[in-house]
Ligand binder design. Structure first.
Ligand SMILES: [Zn+2]
Length: 272
């Protein structure tokens, strides 16, 4: 994989000699892992534009974090993509290793880089918008853009062509595992009244990217975008009711959509 084909430059700012060489080699390797997967190639192909080159450079501090977005290299200059990412922070002896046990979901090198590249993609397509409100049931995602990045990264984790992976990440607040109820089919939509509208807006914003994730990864363990495209009315109904405590009401709502009662009961009662 040649990053330059995607207008990605790896710039080891602040590093010299062997450390600089190693930085470029490591980041290139993590990009290669992303490129080997179906979802990774979809993202790289959708992000690829000569008018919006991307620079990947070390994160400015040793914290357990990385950042993705857009920047102007000088006042008045064109906006370009940027990721600040230091592989060492996410290594066995890096700052992320100080996190409590179990804080490992979505935290592998390529998973972090994929997440940040989703942020770059939203900027590249002019769709970056943290404003839409999350409901209480989605508070673990922090804001709309983090919800989108975590959602897509979880689809990347579910992608069967991605062979080495951690597991589904609960949200953006930390790196804990997603609860079984959220990981279940339609679980995202049932978790929150806001979920359907946010997924719908994302698919409206970025139809080529989301349709590709839906079409190419329709049968993976976790893909709410595929469920949205295939069963929009069902996703909307589950989201609007959005209260697992009232299962009888959810079943009635599905029956009203002409879903056989036995099927509706199995769907709702099957959620842990
Ligand atoms: Zn993020």
């Amino acid at each position: 994989m040649n990053p330059a084909q995607y207008f990605i430059a790896i710039n080891p700012v602040g590093l010299t000699g062997a450390a600089a060489v190693r930085y470029v080699r490591d980041v290139r390797e993590h990009l290669t892992w992303i490129h080997r997967t179906v979802s990774g190639r979809i993202l790289l192909n959708c992000i690829r534009r000569p008018s919006f080159p991307i620079e990947i450079r070390p994160h400015p501090t040793a914290e357990c974090n990385a950042v993705g977005g857009a920047e102007q290299k000088a006042a008045g200059a064109a906006w370009t993509g940027v990721v600040t990412y230091t592989p060492f922070a996410f290594s066995a002896h890096g700052s992320c290793a100080l996190l409590p046990a179990g804080q490992t979901f979505g935290r592998l090198w390529d998973e972090i880089l994929f997440h940040e590249l989703v942020h770059v993609f939203r900027n590249a397509t002019g769709r970056w918008n943290t404003a839409p409100a999350l409901s209480f049931g989605m508070r673990q995602y922090d804001d709309n853009e983090e919800f989108i990045a975590v959602l897509c990264s979880n689809i990347y984790v579910s992608d069967r062509s991605n062979r080495i992976k951690s597991g589904l990440r609960a949200g953006h607040a930390d790196f804990s595992a997603m609860a079984p109820a959220d990981a279940a089919r339609f679980g995202l939509f049932m978790s929150s009244k806001a979920a359907f509208g946010l997924v719908k807006q994302f698919c409206t914003d970025n139809p080529i990217f989301t349709k590709a994730l839906s079409d190419r990864l329709a049968d993976v363990e976790y893909n709410p975008i595929a469920d949205y495209y295939r069963y929009p009315k069902l996703c909307e109904t589950l989201s609007v009711i959005g209260d697992l405590k009232d299962r009888a009401r959810m079943i009635d709502a599905l029956v009203a959509m002409r879903i056989p009662r036995a099927v509706a009961a199995q769907l709702i009662m099957g959620i842990p």
